[in-house]
Write a protein that binds this ligand. Sequence first.
Ligand SMILES: [Mg+2]
Length: 352
Amino acid sequence: MLGLTMKGTSRESGELALIKRIRSAAGRGQSLGAGVALGIGDDCAILRPPRGHEILVTTDFTLEGRHFRREWHPPESVGHRALARGLSDLAAMGGRPLAAFLSLALPAEMLATRTGRLWVDSFFAGLRGLAAQHNVSLAGGDTSESPCGLVLADIVLVGSAPAGRALRRSGARAGDNLYVTGELGGAAAELAAMEHLAAKPRAGASRVPSLAQHSAHPQLYPQPRIDVGLALLRRRIATAAIDLSDGLSTDLTHLCQESGVGAEVSADALPIHPLAAGASPAAALKFALNGGEDYDLLFAARPTARVPRSVAGVPIARIGRLVRGGAITLIEAGGRRSKLKPGGWEHFTGER
Ligand SMILES: [Mg+2]
């Protein structure tokens, strides 16, 4: 836990200062979330899930060079995205976040230089901003000097859901309709624009944008759909759900495999993010289907379910339906049908 373990370091004072900053970033002394009985400062955190709830746990790496690039992503974005990845997994299951735990390895120069310390402070500012938005506290973690000169983070999110009711990938049936929240392809389109700018930081993106501006930066500041997931569970709308981290084609394949069904997706029905819509129609479709990192939700609902046009202020679009068998078919304008294969974008490797 933070404040107690400092492994393999000769930079004791730098790390102590870091831990101090993390503790203040975690809001020590301020009110912890309702589900945290004891936060940073002891060997373990103590969590207090609501009565009658089960615990949901998810863990996600945020690795420099794999999930972000220090020359492209401002530090606030890296902190925000690290937490967003975990929150999005909770959202997919209708979970309410209880606490986050962060293990962070930093290159030696980050602990020793002012610029490095500023990067770390900004990383936590980004993480803290999103945490406050979802009322989740950083309740523990670990720090170490990175052995490879890269920033390496692992975040664990703990949440809760009423016993037996968490949304799963496996609950859908043939005949169910298929829906997505928000808009697709924005994160990949923004990443492509960042790549185009070739290592120059985006003007105006180095500060954490206000909430109203977040939708303009779907790659840098994705919004996990916690409130939507809670509502889908509470109102018993969804039969199955998954978050769109790897791209619609890949995540839909996961949902279909777990539910033992196939799907038909209508290309015209896909809600395309404005950043993606600026590309050619073919590129926009590719961003929406394979782009990944949108962190919106894909869910199924019975054909008799009344699915609202928006949930918790987020628009909902019906994009197709689930069918018997395992085939996933894309139906384009004019009725042309093609096989939709999992083509989720592999982070930074260019493989599809
Ligand atoms: Mg997920």
